[in-house]
Design a protein around this ligand. Structure first.
Ligand code: AMO
Length: 446
């Protein structure tokens, strides 16, 4: 360990001001700031520390003669990322971005960075390999560009809760260790549940549907687990899903709810994250509601007109959507509605006039799927019929089907992938950067 730097405990020291509060101090006020070093610059008898905390950063200026010599020496040996506290005098500075600087009187180093970090706090997100960053994710997340993204994530969640609460939705939590698949068998993670096989939940689907019986409108924000075998920039093995379900409603009501939710979230981000957005390249989308709605059949028609051989019942991959994008102006956010029933899960209600299509939608951002939703089947015989058609073992769903004997209301809902949504809003090109600790086929740590 460095001889000049002694790691010490916090003792009686407590932070008096965060970085953003220094500007409202008076000249010569004595303050204690705490945080981590984002940069140190040495000009001989003049040394600068940029001290970062969760609210921003403050400049500490140590000048020979103005600050005690031992403090000046300690600063010379400080490395970026060290965790420190400074007691010092406020010097108002119009020219400094924070409006004030601190002249140190005493310095406490809580934890000294032993190695030069592979990346600095101000560094650009993409200037270093993703794997190097993810291996040291806690440190990576200190970087300004990621701080902005995760502050926006926080606003998304806060404003969604605010909006759904106002709309009369109750927040719920449903089991994550479950007995059966809901979204298709292949993507399940099996686990041991005492002496039985169980699975990690792919979605709260069946539980949220059941809860419409007692609460009418419910939402859940929680993890979903998908054993995705492919390595893409838009799939995680563990993602956060924002699920809603409402009684006495159909998929048109669900789409209206979702577009109003988007509008509220974007408005909130623009106002709450205004300061950070002004110093970043992120442009929060401006949307007009209602959002454009294109039926699956319309998109297929456009593809056929441009000579593409996509059949009714094929999924619309990002590559295929790119082809129709230029003809249909598939930019920004839009819905694709009325998907073939054959490619939707068993609980999705087929259209009453045409069995081949279903009362369903996907919310898209360009070629990225952000959410799916639908009207659900609410009669037991129809649900059993659909399960059989999809080759499912009906008996395994007995715990769910039972409920349908006791008056489940007509209902509809959607699930939004939080990381996909964050990607769309902030322009991220890899979903891994939208998760604190991403999980994929190759990564189970940190
Ligand atoms: P779906 O399977 O389409 O629908 O999932 C809903 C949304 O969750 C996100 N998502 C993912 N995000 C990252 N990595 C993944 N592997 C992943 N899988 C899904 C997507 C997707 O649009 N029960 C239905 C929802 C409903 O109808 O209410 C469901 O789970 O953004």
């Amino acid at each position: 360990m460095n001889e000049i730097i002694q790691e010490v405990e916090m003792g009686q020291w407590r932070r008096t001001h965060s970085s953003s509060e220094i500007r409202s101090c008076s000249e010569n006020d004595i303050v204690v700031v705490m945080g981590w070093v984002s940069s140190v610059r040495d000009h001989g008898n003049l040394r600068f520390i940029q001290l970062q905390d969760r609210k921003g950063s403050t400049q500490v200026v140590a000048k020979k003669g103005e600050c005690p010599d031992p403090v000046l020496e300690q600063i010379q040996s400080l490395k970026e990322h060290s965790s420190i506290a400074i007691k010092g005098k406020v010097k108002l500075q119009q020219k400094s971005p924070s409006g004030a600087e601190i002249v140190p009187i005493e310095l406490k180093v809580f934890s000294h960075a032993r190695n030069a970090a592979p990346f600095l706090i101000q560094g650009k997100r993409n200037s270093i390999g993703l794997d190097t960053r993810l291996d040291l994710r806690a440190l990576d997340l200190r970087r300004n560009s990621l701080q902005t993204i995760f502050h926006i994530r926080h606003t998304i969640l806060k404003s969604i809760r605010e909006f759904l609460d106002k709309e009369g939705f109750t927040e719920v939590n449903t089991p994550k260790m479950i007995a059966t698949s809901t979204e298709g068998g292949a993507a399940l993670f099996p686990i041991f549940y005492y002496d039985r096989e169980a699975f990690l939940a792919q979605s709260p689907q069946l539980y949220k549907e059941q809860l419409t019986m007692s609460f009418e409108n419910v939402f859940e924000i929680g993890p979903i687990f998908r054993a995705e075998p492919s390595r893409t920039n838009r799939h995680l093995s563990e993602a956060i899903s924002i699920d809603t379900e409402m009684a006495f409603a159909d998929y048109n009501d669900a789409m209206r709810l979702l577009e109003n939710l988007l509008f509220h979230v974007f408005d909130s981000i623009r106002s709450i994250n205004k300061h950070e957005l002004s110093s970043s390249e992120i442009q929060i989308p401006q949307i007009n509601i209602p959002l454009p709605r294109y039926s699956y059949a319309e998109i297929l028609q456009t593809l056929h007109e441009s000579g593409e051989n996509v059949r009714y019942g094929d999924d619309l991959s990002p590559q295929v959507l790119k082809l129709s994008a230029s003809n249909m102006n598939l930019d920004g956010f839009y819905f694709i509605t009325d998907w073939p029933a054959s490619i939707k899960p068993f609980y999705v209600k087929p259209d009453s006039k045409s069995e081949a299509k279903s009362e369903s939608f996907d919310l898209m951002y360009r070629t990225l799927e952000i959410s799916s939703g639908s009207t659900r089947i609410n009669t037991k015989s129809e649900l059993i019929d659909r399960m059989r058609k999809q080759g499912l073992n009906v008996q395994k769903f007995d715990y769910h089907l039972k409920v349908f004997d006791y008056g489940i209301p007509p209902h509809a809902g959607f699930g939004v992938g939080l990381e996909r949504f964050l990607m769309a809003i902030t322009g991220l090109d890899n979903i891994r950067d939208a998760a604190f600790y991403p999980r994929d086929i190759d990564r189970l740590a940190p």
